[in-house]
Write a protein that binds this ligand. Structure first.
Ligand SMILES: Nc1nc2c(ncn2[C@@H]2O[C@H](COP(=O)(O)OP(=O)(O)OP(=O)(O)O)[C@@H](O)[C@H]2O)c(=O)[nH]1
Ligand SMILES: [Mg+2]
Length: 222
């Protein structure tokens, strides 16, 4: 049974590569229906608390980047000769346990009536420059999401369909709303990184625009 059926589905990550685990809220369009619009601090705080707890459980976690209803964790196993890979790189273990831990921690922190669920996926990236691009990509998505959320808090969906980002900025401007003046972490996302003591984890809510200040990610990616 084990060899014929379990082992047949056993997928293992390669060693000494960059591993990204992305966790994303399931159906959060509906889950967040009654939350603060455009941006909910309650939601962001609960996601941050869950990310901090998960960072502390994963082997080889370097940092995590969060925005909207998602968090991406970077794991590495090559700084030391004998460094371990979380669950020895067993993909099914990594995605199922990361999703279940994050879900548990989030629901405990959020303490809502409905239960939130999260999916998890794992990516392997071989080149450092591509890891940087991955996080630039998620941050571009953060800004796009944040503009859409702001626009849809002021205009009905039908008026925004097919509108470019520039047009959305203009529509908001017409109502005296400026996206640029919104809280930094709702525009750029948030980071969970190790505290100076090297043990605990903390959030950074005032991260730069990654492709404007490249030194920030540069210092974090091994
Ligand atoms: N009210 C509110 N909603 C938010 C906030 N951040 C994210 N969301 C919601 O979360 C959704 C996340 O989008 P997606 O992950 O693309 O879609 P989803 O509905 O979660 O669907 P799946 O991820 O495919 O399961 C957004 O569409 C928003 O509706 C927030 O700060 N406030
Ligand atoms: Mg989602």
């Amino acid at each position: 049974m084990k060899r014929d059926y379990e082992d047949a589905m056993r997928l293992v990550l390669p060693r000494r590569a960059y591993v990204v685990i992305r966790i994303d809220g399931r159906g959060f369009h509906t889950f967040t229906k009654h939350l603060e619009r455009p941006y909910s601090r309650t939601l962001a705080d609960a996601l941050d608390r869950a990310a901090i707890s998960l960072c502390g459980e994963m082997i080889g976690c370097r940092f995590a980047y969060g925005q909207s209803d998602e968090y991406s964790f970077l794991l590495t196993d090559f700084e030391k000769e004998n460094a371990e890979l979380w669950f020895d790189g067993n993909v099914q273990k990594i995605v199922s346990v990361s999703a279940s831990l994050f879900t548990g921690y989030f629901n405990r922190a959020f303490a809502g009536e409905k239960i939130a669920a999260f999916d998890s996926r794992v990516l392997v990236i071989s080149q450092r420059a591509e890891v940087e691009k991955y996080f630039l990509w998620r941050q571009l998505d953060a800004s796009a999401n944040s503009l859409n959320m702001l626009a849809s808090a002021h205009y009905p969906h039908a008026e925004l369909v097919g509108k470019s980002n520039t047009e959305k900025h203009e529509l908001l401007f017409a109502k005296g709303v400026n996206w640029a003046k919104q809280t930094a972490d709702f525009k750029r996302g948030r980071l969970v990184k190790r505290c100076a003591d090297g043990n605990a984890w903390e959030t950074d809510l005032s991260i730069p625009v990654f492709n404007r200040d490249t030194s920030y990610l540069d210092a974090l990616i091994p």
